[in-house]
Design a protein around this ligand. Structure first.
Ligand code: ATP
Length: 284
């Protein structure tokens, strides 16, 4: 069995520039990995079956699974005559704005590149990833990057200043389509992406916290007011910066000390069941 780590990502910024003629939104976002990860196990099969097993009941175990789609794409594109049994030990909350499924797909690409001896480069895997989903290319590289286009054009940047990250996922489902649908670009508060890049490159933690911004946040907050109360709670207990990741509903807080991390985690008890205290990873 080959094991590959599939870390979650958060958005330090997320901007939507415009809607494209092809229906996709042109985005510009800074993403970085955190040390909350699924573990993807891959076992070679001598037949051509692709089997999926996950520890989480909300994760599909068929062709809807992004890890399945990643395996199928490689198998067809490179005429592979072997199969694989994929086990996903799910630690990343599902449908949370943390790119869990995309990261599983990226881990599957990397694992199968070895298991099926495909000899593909990381750039080739990232390019194939874009065919599965907008966040898969970033997940293939990990680290910290500005993602543009649909999210598949990756520019690597330095790792952000080190920090604790408290992730809190309210138990509500957010429809990404509804959030994008509710976005009014003219009235939206756009992030200052260049300033965030500066903050990261100069290792300026305070500036990073002061520049966290997500154009989708106000839309999701309007649809789901409970996300607001989690943000307020995190702020009240001393977070240096608080932001929603992706289209939500997960909200994260940045803090420098373990003591403050514990205070925020305790402060969220009763407000939110799924709370994780992790570290920014940021390096590839
Ligand atoms: P993103 O941040 O990229 O928008 P997300 O964190 O919001 O992603 P995921 O956890 O990737 O969302 O899952 C969204 C949906 O995709 C789930 O409801 C599930 O049905 C489906 N899905 C497919 N494959 C997976 C997988 N490997 N892990 C989790 N969900 C998956």
């Amino acid at each position: 069995m080959l094991y590959v780590k599939a870390p979650a990502k958060i958005n330090l910024t997320l901007d939507v520039l415009h809607k494209r003629p092809d229906g996709y939104h042109e985005v510009e976002m800074i993403m970085t990995t955190v040390d909350l990860a699924d573990r993807v196990g891959l076992e070679l099969r001598e037949d051509t079956d692709i089997l999926i097993h996950s520890t989480n009941n909300f994760v599909p175990d068929d062709q809807r699974n992004l890890a399945y789609q990643a395996a199928k794409l490689l198998q067809e594109r490179f005429h592979v005559t072997k199969g694989v049994a994929i086990t996903i030990d799910k630690q990343i909350p599902v449908a949370a704005g943390l790119a869990g499924g995309s990261s599983d797909a990226a881990a599957t690409f990397k694992g199968l590149n070895e298991l099926w001896e495909l000899g593909l480069t990381i750039d080739e895997l990232a390019e194939l990833g874009a065919e599965i989903g907008s966040d898969v290319s970033f997940c293939v590289y990990g680290g910290t990057a500005i993602a543009r286009g649909r999210g598949e054009k990756i520019e690597h940047i330095s790792a952000p200043p080190s920090s604790w990250v408290i992730l809190a996922k309210p138990s509500i489902g957010v429809s990404t389509a509804a959030v994008y649908g509710g976005l009014k670009l003219e009235d939206a508060k756009h992030p200052n992406t260049a300033r965030m890049v500066e903050a990261i490159e100069t290792n300026d933690y305070d500036k990073m916290c002061g520049t966290l911004s997500n154009v989708l946040e106000s839309v999701t907050l309007q649809l789901h007011p409970e996300v607001s109360s989690i943000k307020e709670q995190m702020q009240r207990f001393g977070a240096d910066g608080v932001l929603m990741s992706g289209s939500g509903p997960t909200v994260f807080a940045l803090v420098q000390t373990e003591a403050r991390t514990t205070r925020i985690v305790n402060g969220l008890k009763g407000f939110c069941d799924e709370v994780y205290a992790v570290r920014l990873l940021g390096d590839r």
